[in-house]
Write a protein of this length. Structure first.
Length: 95
């Protein structure tokens, strides 16, 4: 696991974070879009993403590092998808 200071996480500062990062109901698509936008600006998104990929078998729910569970599974199976997302997260840190 990669060490990360969760107090720096953008999601930690979001009201109703559980509803957004662990979406349910009819407005899931909107919540996922909003969660991903928050992740794209988060200083610990890379560590968050890599930790979830390492825990893929145990952490299967929620938005982590800007990815949905199905996206993480696809990235686990396809190294190129994994690398593209990782590069995108890293480039967001440099903005």
């Amino acid at each position: 696991m990669i060490e990360m200071d969760v107090t720096l996480a953008k999601c930690a500062k979001v009201t109703a974070a559980n509803e957004i990062f662990f979406p349910e109901g009819s407005d899931i698509k909107d919540k996922v879009t909003y969660a991903k936008a928050i992740c794209s600006q988060c200083p610990i998104a890379v560590a968050c993403f890599l930790n979830r990929m390492a825990d893929l078998g145990t952490e299967t729910y929620g938005i982590w590092g800007g990815t949905t569970p199905s996206e993480r599974i696809a990235m686990f199976k396809n190294r190129k998808l994994f690398q593209v997302h990782l590069d995108k997260l890293k480039s967001n840190l440099n903005k």
